[in-house]
Design a protein around this ligand. Sequence first.
Ligand code: PEP
Ligand code: MG
Length: 568
Amino acid sequence: MEIIKGVEVSLGIGIGTAVLLEAQEHVFDMGLIDKSEIENEQNRYHQAVEIISKNIDNNLIAFDMSDEDKDIFEAHKLILTDPVIKDGVFLLISEKLYNLEFALHIYFEKTINYFKTLENEFYAERANDYKDIYERLINSLHNNNQLITDDLDDMSVVVMDDISPSLIGELAKKKVQALVLSKGNKTSHAIILARAANIPVVTGIAFVGKIANGDELIVDANKGEVFVNPDKQILQNYYDLKQKDKHDAESLKNIIGLPAETSDGKTIHLLANIGMPEEINAAMDVNADGVGLFRTEFLYMERDNLPTEEEQFEAYKLVAIKSKGKPVVIRTMDIGGDKMAKWYPHLNEKNPYLGCRGIRFSLKYPEIFKTQIRAIIRAAKYGNLLIMFPLISSIEEFRKAKDYVEECKKELKLAELIKIGTMIEIPSAALIADQLAKESDFFSIGTNDLLQYSVAVDRNNESIAEYYNPYNMAFLRLIKMTAEAANRHNIPIAVCGELAANESFVPLLIKLGVQELSVNVQSLLRIKRLIRKLNYQALTEYPQIIGDIADVAKIKENISLMNEKVFD
Ligand code: PEP
Ligand code: MG
């Protein structure tokens, strides 16, 4: 058995047989025609466009897609039926006497290359769209629309280098188990569609030589892991997990409209974490109380240049509008650590996690920071936006960052009342929480980093993962201190790290005084169901368990003993 680590971009678990698909090389005649054939070539074009349009319409009817996904297909249809393209292709046919395939090839290659030279993520996506349309046209002309997916069924795990949006529709029809890719990021159209079609996807997998046709695969797209020819026991565990997930997902739909309140009526604000603006749709679909963490750094990554103020404004405005007045906490960029960008100044750091990361980066490069702040302030009038600074380690940092917000407001002559919060994810911030609480409008505890920095364990280092243990008393005391400071100063206190989606810890967090939990969208209903079974009175009356015990195993035992007593 081999376990290959990748990046999870569409959650879920798939178990099945590997089918390696190669991007199709189109073999066809790219030649010249006789004048008498011009009309015939033009008719072939019209026919192909009609077939594909119908296919797209069928996809739109057949799949239960989000509005966002429908928009992508509609955009593809617009490209497909664009008269400018038709005219360009027809000109090559009538003037140069190229056959249709040759004309399409020349026209689309030029357009795609042009988009690529613009070096902007938006246009890079447009290049993908055009490539997709080109391939659909060629496939349709050669009747090989289905060819590539003929070997697939609901027991297949598709393994590919890269994938186009239209192929996702085909894979969804075949109900494939999962998709393993070497390329593709969270933001690409194909991946957005895969998420909508509930196909688990792991990307960044170097599969050549590691996965062969016919291999048994488990794709754990919750963790970004692919198991190649797994042991019997692991396979059984994953079958059980998958079965449980399926039942769960169905029954959870029933509580979408219900509030996140305990069985005895205590309301807990349950919000969603998002990374890309379009994820707001999924958050609203599960009726999240808002967005507790918008990780904006994803707008800055996987591109060669910085996003402009305008681009960011559009992204924040979209989230503000779509959240329909619910709060959206925009965390300013947390670049650095393991989140590097191509344009990032080369700092040559030996310890990036202890280096110029989060708010330190923003304060070091104020113009980049101010561009983001301006975009947020301008978007604020479209909804209920809040600003949060990551990786605050001292009160001076927080004040400096806040000053920039004031400066931007003055420059823009906008007096939007935007609440400004501190992310508590460094022990030094937790230890001065009582001071930070006086100047912050709210706190949100980033438990992922707070744990990493409390116990000095790299959160991504698998080889020392056993030390990254949330049952550590030092870490739990820091959460307790922070929650107490917030409650003493009457400011909201949230947890937005992964611990908020950990069922064993949710009762403890609430007992410690946390009023808001912000979790990944996929976990939201599961956590809501847990909260709805919780008895708040039993929880508050249960003796305090964060006290003098430092023994990790004992703390774990005490938490589970408590959990046995606080659910109805
Ligand atoms: C955290 O550290 O808990 C957090 C939510 O931020 P990130 O995971 O983006 O570092
Ligand atoms: Mg963090």
